[in-house]
Write a protein that binds this ligand. Structure first.
Ligand SMILES: [Zn+2]
Length: 103
């Protein structure tokens, strides 16, 4: 879409189908190496960080703990419907819909 990935300060993951979050490790690696001092917030469903760790374990074994410790990523995990106002004043609300089996 022409946006510089390093300009992203927050993102929203709506659900945990692969096409919505399998690229998070690459996003976090870019942030870790190229913009390590700026916080990025990830609003996401419950268990997202755990699943991102599993992706790191598959693709970059042994790297997660170091990257997680030194990067300024904040996972804000939600359950069910939410209404959140970000630091920047953006309001996020969700509604539960049927969209495949996410087990
Ligand atoms: Zn989906």
């Amino acid at each position: 879409m022409g946006h510089n990935i390093l300009d992203i300060k927050m993102c929203l993951i709506t659900h945990l189908h692969g096409d919505h979050f399998f690229d998070i490790p690459f996003f976090l690696l870019d942030r870790y190496f190229l913009k390590p001092n700026e916080t990025v917030k990830i609003f996401c469903p419950k268990c997202t960080e755990e699943k991102v760790k599993k992706l790191f374990d598959l693709g970059f074994p042994g790297e997660w703990d170091e990257i997680r410790k030194k990067s300024k990523v904040e996972f804000s995990e939600f359950v069910g419907e939410i209404n959140v106002k970000t630091d920047g004043g953006i309001e996020i609300s969700s509604k539960i819909v049927e969209h495949g089996d996410l087990k």
